[in-house]
Design a protein around this ligand. Structure first.
Ligand code: SF4
Length: 66
């Protein structure tokens, strides 16, 4: 099981174009305040969430094992 965290201070969706939500639309949304939102915070397998984390230009996404 993994836990996904978004650092809202670091997230700048207006600059990156919402990259995480494009790479992993099943679990990421961009809210009206231009910050990323994780739909399922706890997941059994990483799937595309890992791709989103690695692609984030501001290192705003972190994933830890539970
Ligand atoms: S890729 Fe990073 S900076 Fe861009 S919207 Fe997602 S979390 Fe925010």
């Amino acid at each position: 099981m993994y836990k996904i965290k978004i650092n809202r201070e670091k997230c700048k969706a207006g600059v990156c174009g919402g990259l995480c939500s494009k790479l992993c639309p099943s679990n990421w949304r961009i809210l009206e305040d231009n910050k990323a939102h994780v739909i399922r915070v706890k997941v059994n397998s990483l799937g595309c969430n890992e791709k989103a984390m690695l692609a984030c230009p501001f290192k705003a996404i972190s994933i830890s094992r539970m």
